[in-house]
Design a protein around this ligand. Structure first.
Ligand code: ADP
Ligand code: MG
Length: 210
């Protein structure tokens, strides 16, 4: 059974009575255990929309998405929030870290929101901070970190709860090309350990090649 399955998924944005934008039309897609999938397309082609519906951040207009065999359309908003929290890790182009929290606090956030106590999470935190190479930046706030370091924090945050699925939206889009490739290498290395599948969308052909 695939980790993630999209069947005939369409998404329309209705702007007014006269204007509807079709962002996705009849998309079929699946990602299997251990897979890293890159989806490439120009700006405006529906990549972010696709990730939002795949990860349960938004609902499709029609079609069905199943995560770990569970059809998302049958879940209430509350159930969808819980599933997203426990099974999906998101990585964004602009990192989306909380500016007032330091590296450790940003990384731990998904576990704390899920009701875990900090002491319970510390061994896991130490492990993941080391793996993303941020041992020397644990107390820094985002503004005190480089772009590449901020994306490492975001990767650690996405992976800390060992989600089934990682969704990355242009994760290298705000980094220079050398740092972008480093981040993709890191994602590839970690995703196979901590996540069961990873989907990266990008407009950058060099990133997609990886
Ligand atoms: P990409 O990430 O590939 O650049 P998007 O998924 O952001 O593409 O957008 C696909 C299309 O849907 C674009 O035409 C965009 O303007 C439109 N769109 C995206 N989000 C919204 C929204 N919330 N409301 C209306 N239109 C939207
Ligand atoms: Mg986008």
């Amino acid at each position: 059974m695939p980790i993630l399955e999209a069947h005939d998924v369409s998404k329309q944005y209705k702007l007014s009575e006269q204007v509807t934008i079709s962002a996705l039309t009849h998309v079929n897609f699946h990602a299997d255990r251990g897979e890293l999938v890159a989806i490439r397309g120009p700006s405006g082609s529906g990549k972010s929309t696709l990730l939002h519906v795949l990860g349960g951040m938004d609902r499709p207009t029609s079609g069905e998405i199943a995560l770990d065999g569970q059809p998302l359309s049958r879940l209430s908003d509350r159930e969808l929030t819980l599933l997203r929290r426990r099974k999906v890790g998101f990585i964004f182009q602009f990192f989306n870290l909380i500016p007032t929290l330091n590296t450790e606090e940003n990384i731990l956030l998904p576990l704390l929101i899920d009701g875990k106590r900090k002491t319970q999470c510390l061994p896991r935190l130490d492990e993941i901070v080391s793996l993303v190479g941020l041992d020397h930046r644990r107390q820094h706030r985002p503004e005190q970190l480089s772009g590449g370091e901020q994306q490492r924090v975001a990767i650690a945050r996405a992976l800390i709860a060992e989600p089934s699925l990682i969704l990355a939206d242009e994760p290298t889009g705000n980094l220079d090309s050398a740092m972008g490739l480093e981040i993709i290498e890191l994602l590839k290395r970690l995703a196979t350990t901590y996540a069961q599948a990873i989907v990266v969308v990008t407009h950058d052909p060099r990133v997609a090649e990886h």
